[in-house]
Design a protein around this ligand. Structure first.
Ligand code: 5GP
Length: 203
């Protein structure tokens, strides 16, 4: 059983989920980011151990064989995984965890920890998503078409999720995500020991 909030945040590329996650992490000090392992090469400003632990395929394979991952998936040709140890360490420190992972990982974590809160971030409409992807100015038409097709596939996974947050106006979406996290802190399974204590007190 989960001993703290496990907040999973998923959404298609370009939807703005990383900015939403950053805003939530800034506002809620009990919440920390689960740092994944990945075989993807490090990008410009990324720091090893902060955004990801960057490892080679051999290292990742070894961890997989040792069953070190609570979930793992292949995304755009690279491996990504969440070590079980990260979750246990956070609980020991009394912290809640935020997972910025894809829907395959969300499915595995929900199977393993059914009390986890899973949130899908969706664009107000696909035209807006396309405009945001084009606005980055980094991808060719072909890559953008691929990302839009992947977005539709990701949105099809909505039955997996407990909540769907529309990211039209950023501040509004950040507030909704914060509300979901705060409510999750009050889930029955996290309050059980406390309520049982109250009952015992009354005996
Ligand atoms: P990026 O390479 O752009 O940082 O991430 C690519 C995708 O992989 C994003 O959707 C991100 O949420 C997802 N991702 C990052 N870490 C993990 C992880 O540990 N597990 C899974 N399943 N997906 C991850």
């Amino acid at each position: 059983m989960a001993k703290g909030v496990l907040l999973i945040v998923c959404g298609p590329s370009g939807v703005g989920k990383t900015s939403l996650c950053d805003a939530l992490l800034e506002r809620q000090e009990r919440l920390t980011l689960s740092v994944s392992y990945t075989t993807r090469p490090r990008r410009g400003e990324e720091v090893d151990g902060v955004s990801y632990h960057f490892v080679g395929r051999d290292h990742f394979e070894k961890m997989r064989q040792e069953r070190a991952f609570a979930e793992w998936a292949e995304v755009h040709g690279n491996y990504y995984g969440t070590p079980t140890a990260v979750i246990e360490a956070a609980w020991e420190r009394g912290q809640d965890l935020l997972f910025d992972i894809d829907y395959q990982g969300a499915r595995q974590l929900k199977e393993r920890y059914p009390d986890a809160t899973a949130v899908l971030v969706a664009p107000p409409d696909l035209k807006t998503l396309e405009a945001r992807l084009r606005g980055r100015g980094t991808d060719s038409d072909e890559v953008i078409e691929g990302r839009l097709a992947a977005a539709r596939h990701e949105l099809e996974q909505y039955p997996l999720f407990d909540f769907v947050v529309e990211n039209g106006e950023f501040e509004e979406a950040a507030q909704v995500l914060t509300a979901i996290y705060v409510a999750s802190r009050h889930a029955r399974h996290l309050k059980m020991n406390w309520v049982e204590g109250l009952i015992d007190e009354g005996r």
